[in-house]
Design a protein around this ligand. Structure first.
Ligand code: ADP
Ligand code: ZN
Length: 738
């Protein structure tokens, strides 16, 4: 027997690739240099060839063999990155957990954790040049001057660019001077990260109620064990101040803190609050960052640098190696749910990650989701309540405007009681917010000649009029077209009428009724960047806007001290949708909007226009009876075995070929194995039957809490062979049903 020669004694390793490979563990076998393999523990990030590409991978296992024993197959070689680039065991478990729960290929989930490929290669430290000779040793006067200039700079190394700026020296001159022994090349260090040793003390004391809550949270951080908290307090009660103390505890222990926020809440105001409390700005993480910023955050996360990351949902997949605490602010917000790609819920998965990492997680909200409240009630989460608004601010006074008693005029949307209240507030120089959760000018357009509604050519949805842009737009697929002169159906000219109000149309009415008031529109069509949002808030704070007109974007987290009146133009929107969480969502949104009023000394007023004043949501808001509302919603869900008392999963099939889709889904339903404790509903056309040119059919599976829903779905899908012209999407624990 001959010993394998050194160059063939490579070790075989299993590598998971950052791409959704269809097979079970998403891994392939590679060879790795024996020396490298000795160091490559599971979690080690590597670069691996896949077809013609180089893909990021992660070592998941070493196989026992060496490449030379297994001559039949030629394996490609994976090359490890820096040994510090290794995902922790907890992170590996977390990624697996997410993949299994949402039934996604593990490689697709892993890809979210290595979302910044440029962060994997070592930082190219810029080269600096230091003067190491006496100016008199220079061979020319020009070089002499360069040396003098550099000695003046306290001998600190300078980049070629700054030497050029200082002296006009070209790159080739500098190189020549290095060769002559006049200058030395030295790597320039990267700037040090924020110093955490000097964490400032609080600038002002917490109230008793706040202090008790903060102590509880900080103690949990110090205990370095899993615990889930619901931080439940009215808007303005100081929830942010309280969870900041948990973050401070993590920083003091040299660990990392993650604060997840709805994207729009990641404002400069939030950064400023962190700066005030911690003495440095949080590291932001959202869709609008440059690659350099993302790279820096990602690298510091995996290196275990003490840091505070404030991020949108995808920050949950940052490779923190020293996590100390996680916060989900506005935990009820549906934007924590990703709706395409891997459909995960960042709030739910934050709890999972906290558990696997043995750290506490804090779910904060003024209107916690029913799921979270039930978990608290069952003792799974610790429930911390803050009952008082901070300072002088009282809770706003809520009233309903019954539109059957005081109807609006034709093609007007503000009824007289609200109009009067606005006049009064304007006279007192107070600010007003008019809330209407509808973008654009009008949600629907109708031809008066043929009575046809104008629909999107790609989707089964009405086109929304955007008057200022002169367009009709589809809010589902992004289709847009010029506003037509003629009806697309009957060709008659000038008979198209806009029906119903959007914020643009409301703005027209406001301009007509209150010509002297200065108004500002806040919707995603106008406020297209954080910079524009910041400018808007600034204008409000400076009192340059009297009447704010906004969609749900304005409802979240902003603090407007001069605002005293909130008018909800259509409180019935969202109440008749039949969506499982419609009532809850509407209650949360209206509570949040109402919370914008009267956050300073002046008492706030909220007026809600409605045609259904008896609706449960409105009555509970009116009577300030949150407990009653939650109890009734809970009873409904429990009776119907709906979440959180039962589970749901949706299977959505789509295709351009409607006939084949119908035939296939009918056959699919017959293959359902009739499991105990599970009911298959469907196939049924999706509420949006046509989306981006694809016909859509949905199944909904309702299950008891205890059964293994994922396994049942996997077995079912194994039985049916989905043809390539049909796309199948799984939505586990869905939050939207379109
Ligand atoms: P929430 O997150 O519950 O809406 P915040 O933490 O934003 O409440 O607090 C509301 C306002 O009250 C903020 O401007 C905050 O700075 C202020 N505030 C809260 N608690 C205190 C306190 N103990 N001392 C001083 N200001 C406070
Ligand atoms: Zn469309």
């Amino acid at each position: 027997m001959t010993l394998p020669s050194p160059e063939t004694a490579d070790t075989l390793i299993r590598v998971m690739l950052a791409t959704p490979l269809p097979h079970a563990d998403g891994a392939l076998t590679y060879r790795m240099d024996e020396q490298a393999a000795l160091l490559a523990e599971p979690g080690q990030l590597v670069s691996a060839p896949l077809g013609k590409r180089q893909v990021t991978g992660m070592v998941i296992d070493k196989t026992s063999g060496t490449a030379s024993e297994d001559k039949a197959i030629t394996y490609k070689t994976a090359i490890p990155y820096d040994a510090a680039l290794r995902l922790t065991v907890e992170m590996q478990k977390f990624l697996n957990w997410v993949a299994q729960w949402y039934m996604e290929p593990p490689g697709g989930v892993f890809k979210m954790a290595v979302s910044v490929p440029s962060a994997l290669t070592p930082e190219m430290l810029p080269t600096g040049y230091q003067c190491i000779a006496d100016p008199d040793q220079a061979s020319t006067p020009r070089r002499r001057n360069i040396l003098i200039a550099l000695s003046d700079m306290a001998m600190l190394p300078q980049t070629a660019a700054s030497i050029h700026a200082l002296t006009g020296a070209s790159a080739s001159t500098i190189k020549a001077m290095v060769a002559e022994g006049l200058l030395k090349e030295v790597p320039l260090a990267s700037p040090p990260s924020a110093s955490l040793s000097a964490l400032p003390d609080r600038q002002y004391p917490l109230t008793d109620e706040q202090a008790i809550a903060a102590d509880q949270l900080a103690a949990a951080v110090d205990a370095k064990a899993f615990k889930a908290f619901v931080l439940d307090g009215v808007t303005g009660s100081g929830k942010t101040e309280v969870y900041f103390e948990a973050v401070a505890a993590a920083l003091r222990a040299g660990r990392q803190a993650l604060i997840l926020l709805p994207e729009i809440a990641l404002s400069q105001a939030f950064e400023k609050r962190c700066l005030d409390r911690f003495g440095f700005r949080p590291r932001l993480w959202h869709s609008g960052l440059t690659d350099a910023r993302r790279r820096a955050v990602w690298r510091d996360a995996i290196k275990g640098e003490p840091m505070v990351v404030a991020g949108a949902r995808s920050a949950l997949f940052l490779p923190f190696s020293q996590l100390g605490v996680m916060v989900v602010d506005e935990e009820h917000d549906h934007s924590f749910r990703q709706q395409d790609g891997v459909r995960y819920h960042a709030r739910d998965m934050a709890v999972v990650r906290a558990k696997l990492s043995s750290v506490p997680v804090i779910l904060s909200s003024a209107t916690p989701s029913l799921e979270t409240l039930v978990n608290a009630e069952q003792g799974k989460y610790d429930h911390i309540r803050l009952t008082n608004r901070f300072g002088e601010a009282g809770m706003p006074e809520i009233s309903l405007v019954d539109l059957s008693k005081t109807p609006t005029e034709r093609r007007r949307w503000l009824a007289s009681p609200l109009v009067d209240a606005i006049k009064k507030a304007l006279a007192n120089q107070e600010q007003i917010l008019l809330f209407l959760n509808r973008r654009g000018y009008a949600p629907m357009s109708l031809c008066l000649s043929c009575r046809e509604r104008i629909v999107c050519p790609n989707c089964s949805a009405w086109l929304v009029t955007h008057k200022s842009a002169g367009q009709l737009r589809c809010h589902h697929c992004g289709h847009s077209s010029r506003f037509p002169e003629q009806c697309p159906s009957c060709g008659v000219e000038g008979m198209i009428m806009a029906c119903g109000p959007g914020v643009e149309r409301l703005a027209e009415e406001v301009a007509l009724r209150f010509p002297d008031a200065r108004q500002g529109l806040f919707s995603s069509d106008v406020i297209t960047s954080p910079v524009k949002a910041e400018a808007f808030f600034d204008a409000v704070h400076k009192g340059e806007i009297d009447i704010i007109i906004g969609t749900q974007m304005i409802a979240k987290g902003h603090h407007f001290p001069g605002l005293t009146l909130v008018g909800v133009v259509d409180a019935d929107l969202g109440l008749s949708g039949g969506d499982l969480r419609g009532g809850e969502l509407s209650w949360q949104l209206l509570t949040q909007v109402a919370g914008r009023a009267g956050r300073a000394e002046k008492l706030g007023r909220v007026m809600m226009q409605t045609a259904m004043p008896e609706a449960r949501v409105l009555q509970s808001l009116l009577k300030d009876d949150r407990a009653g509302f939650i109890a009734a919603e809970k009873a409904d869900r429990e009776a119907a075995h709906m979440p959180p008392f039962g589970r749901l999963a949706a299977v959505i099939l789509s295709s351009r070929d409607q006939e084949k889709l119908t035939a296939f889904t009918t056959q699919m339903a017959r293959q359902w194995p009739n499991y105990d404790g599970m009911t298959l509903l469907g196939p049924a056309p999706a509420p949006i039957r046509l989306l981006r040119g694809q016909h859509r059919v949905r199944f909904l599976i309702k299950a008891e809490r205890e059964v293994n829903l994922q396994r049942a779905i996997a077995q079912w899908l194994d039985r049916v062979k989905i043809p390539s012209i049909i796309t199948c999407q799984l939505d586990i624990d869905p939050v939207s049903f379109f």
